[in-house]
Write a protein that binds this ligand. Structure first.
Ligand code: ZN
Ligand code: ZN
Length: 291
């Protein structure tokens, strides 16, 4: 059984529609696909239809942009009730924060002498609610300013670069609570992806486990082998579920092909059992696994 629990569509910063992603997952030999766009459940419905059509299990989720101990932390939320009002409100705030910084970024790029305007970014975003830096990067690529997305980030869009603008990120602990109340489960996405163990020290992970964190995404392209090993040990000590996933973005990210990392079936089953328990406790109408 091949299980990939973290992927993106055009509803955030992937390059595929939900249907294209689901078909690509089937073609890549996956049995279970996790759909986790940034801060939105927009692609859930078309993905559900496509999953039923092609016959693949679909776990609906999202990857929420949060902040903890002064750093950005991506929180995977699986199977929450997407209509739970505090969750809707939190996502709204994040999306507003993201789109409202786009004009400021474009302004800084213009000040740096680049001929770009908001319409270029809107075109690159294909009307998604989650317009953000990746779409500015795509616009810079189509304008021929840079060869690819990662160069755009390195030269212009990352912290410390000329067009970086700060934005709202939800407090991690509060967001975890909201996801759990909505009947879902939480997994830290690529916890040591940016700065290795400094990104989130083991004692901070232990504290989050005490607050109801369900799992750690251990097998991720941004993790070095030695960090995967240590994270696996931490997960075991804290009885956290270990997941692995591609973080696939279609053509939007190199070296993140579907199924390049996978989640072990026993870990997947634990995660789903925890989600079912959370759903039962919350009394919310949660989505459940398709297929
Ligand atoms: Zn992420
Ligand atoms: Zn991601």
């Amino acid at each position: 059984m091949r299980i990939d629990l973290h992927t993106h569509t055009r509803a955030s910063d992937g390059t595929q529609t939900a249907e294209e992603l689901v078909r690509a997952a089937k073609a890549a030999g996956l049995d279970v696909l996790g759909l986790t766009d940034h801060d939105t459940a927009e692609a859930w419905e078309p993905a559900e239809r496509a999953a039923e059509e092609v016959g693949i299990a679909l776990v609906r989720g999202m990857e929420i942009s949060t902040r903890h101990l002064g750093r950005g932390v991506h929180l995977l939320a699986y199977l929450p009730d997407p209509t739970y009002p505090p969750l809707v409100a939190q996502l709204r705030k994040i999306l507003d924060g993201r789109s409202s910084r786009v004009p400021a970024i474009v302004e800084r790029l213009q000040e740096a002498g680049i001929g770009i305007d908001l319409a270029d970014v809107r075109r690159a975003a294909h009307g998604t609610a989650a317009t953000g830096r990746p779409h500015v990067a795509d616009a810079l690529v189509s304008l021929g300013v840079v060869p690819d997305r990662s160069t755009a980030f390195r030269q212009y869009l990352n912290p410390g670069r000329p067009a970086y603008v700060n934005r709202y990120a939800a407090p991690l602990v509060e967001t975890m609570r909201v996801v759990i109340e909505s009947g879902g489960v939480t997994v830290l996405a690529h916890p040591w992806g940016r700065h290795g163990p400094d990104s989130l020290p083991p004692d901070a992970i232990a504290e989050l486990a005490g607050l109801g964190l369900a799992g750690l995404e251990v097998d991720h392209q941004d993790h070095r082998p030695e960090d995967r090993q240590r994270l696996r040990e931490i997960a075991e000590t804290l009885s956290l579920v270990v997941t692995g996933s591609s973080d696939h973005h279609g053509l939007g990210k190199h070296d993140h092909e579907l199924g390049c990392n996978t989640t072990a079936p026993d870990q997947y089953e634990r995660l789903i059992a925890l989600a079912e328990a959370s759903a039962a406790r919350s009394g919310r109408e949660t989505p459940g696994v398709v297929g």
